[in-house]
Design a protein around this ligand. Sequence first.
Ligand code: MN
Length: 240
Amino acid sequence: MTTQTLFISDLHLDIQRPDILALFFKFIQEQAPLADSLYILGDLFEAWIGDDDDAEICQTVKAALKPLTEKIPVFVMHGNRDFLLGKQFEQDTGCQLLPEQHTLDVYGVSTLLMHGDTLCTDDVAYLQLRQTLHHPLWQQDFLSKNLDERRLMAQQLRQQSQAAMQSKSEEIMDANPQAVETAFQQHKVQRIIHGHTHRPQIHTTDVAGTRVERVVLGDWYQQGSILVCDAQGCHLSVYE
Ligand code: MN
């Protein structure tokens, strides 16, 4: 049997979309256990207000991940929605959280993993907000509030983000070519895999005379989207 590593992101799991939740459960029960490892590159959840959230969706997803991590390693990166996933989540699920930039060797190809939001450098307003939300003091203050207060704040942040997105152009919300080139050069990798923009595609370009590949993962809105990598390379596949 050929060995494979799977990459997914931007599932935005939410009780509002039970069909996608069911699809994710099918994926982690049927396809994922056959892989070498699974990488979830951010925005697994539509929102994450703290590892102590007692909402049913948090409990069921955590319970579903546990048997998978007993079979294969599962790595999780923060997205812009679930950046508060923490140590208790790791303990409850057996998943391992990754730093916001992580390099690894994927069957001989040096690869940088990231969520992708930090590549969208034209979205200055979002990057400013991100700085606030990632500040340890903001997070400490937020997590000290009770769950109802946190739910309300998270809802307000989502509404603000939706309103802001309506006034932003498609270009502003895409990866900036210069930021992409800088990431390739800084990390000296042959491949970058990221999500966030919901524009699944494999781009090949030259950076400083070297052929490189940027893989953009798809979201899980209409169907699932999985990147399958093996010794032959990577390809995006639709999962339904
Ligand atoms: Mn995102």
